[in-house]
Design a protein around this ligand. Structure first.
Ligand SMILES: [Mg+2]
Length: 222
């Protein structure tokens, strides 16, 4: 059990994919489903389609375009916005997320969804989970024109969602994003031990990680 000093935390920034939601959906979509559809469209074998797509993803890693449904629609000449809806049965909220978000509201914390995901992906995920009403604000990196990995992202974020770094908790499953937030000075940082329920855990001791939101549940107000 990891105890956070909730008294000092006023704002909670939460990543979406791999943090609040199981990363299994995203991994299945990008690594298997999209290559399969691409193979069908192009006449390539699934193996060939997969090899092409995985190397193209690699080139875009950490860049905003990697997260853009529209970018990939143009690049692959496919309607990725439609294709992402074909796997909605895999969209799943991670354990104790609803309880955690509810508790944050009870404690009057400012709760912000802070994601690199594209608007089309956010709206699909909000449609298939019941978490949207928990947030005071939803910020997509696409609105700011920079991914969370960029140092300048946090400065731009201040303009749309002012926050005090010393009083902010940020939870994200990406190590490079956590490093970027640490660089800006966000005081409370947590990672996710196993972002994808169907894949091995992330092996790193650079940031403290949680298995479940139950571990950091703020105490119920008396
Ligand atoms: Mg994530």
């Amino acid at each position: 059990m990891y105890s956070l000093n909730w008294q000092t935390i006023h704002t909670v920034f939460l990543d979406m994919d791999g943090t609040l939601l199981d990363l299994n959906y995203d991994n299945q979509f990008w690594r298997h489903h999209l290559p399969k559809r691409y193979a069908q469209q192009s006449g390539l074998s699934i193996e060939a389609a997969k090899a092409i797509l995985l190397s193209r993803y690699e080139d875009m890693l950490g860049r905003l375009e990697w997260y853009s449904v529209d970018y990939w629609s143009t690049q692959l000449d496919m309607d990725v916005g439609v294709l992402i809806a074909e796997l909605t049965h895999l969209i799943a909220v991670r354990p104790y997320v609803n309880e955690f978000l509810y508790a944050l509201r009870q404690h009057n914390k400012r709760v912000v969804l802070l994601t690199n995901a594209h608007q089309k992906s956010i709206s699909l995920k909000m449609q298939h989970t019941q978490i949207v009403h928990h947030f005071d604000c939803i910020v997509s990196a696409h609105d700011l024109g920079l991914p969370k990995e960029a140092a300048e992202f946090w400065h731009k974020l201040q303009a749309v969602e002012p926050f005090k770094a010393a009083h902010t908790l940020f939870i994200d499953d990406s190590l490079s994003v956590l490093r970027s937030a640490a660089g800006y000075g966000i005081a409370h940082l947590l990672g996710i031990y196993q972002p994808d329920s169907q894949a091995p855990p992330t092996e790193s001791d650079e940031f403290r990680t949680i298995h479940s939101f139950r571990e950091i549940m703020p105490p119920l107000p008396r």
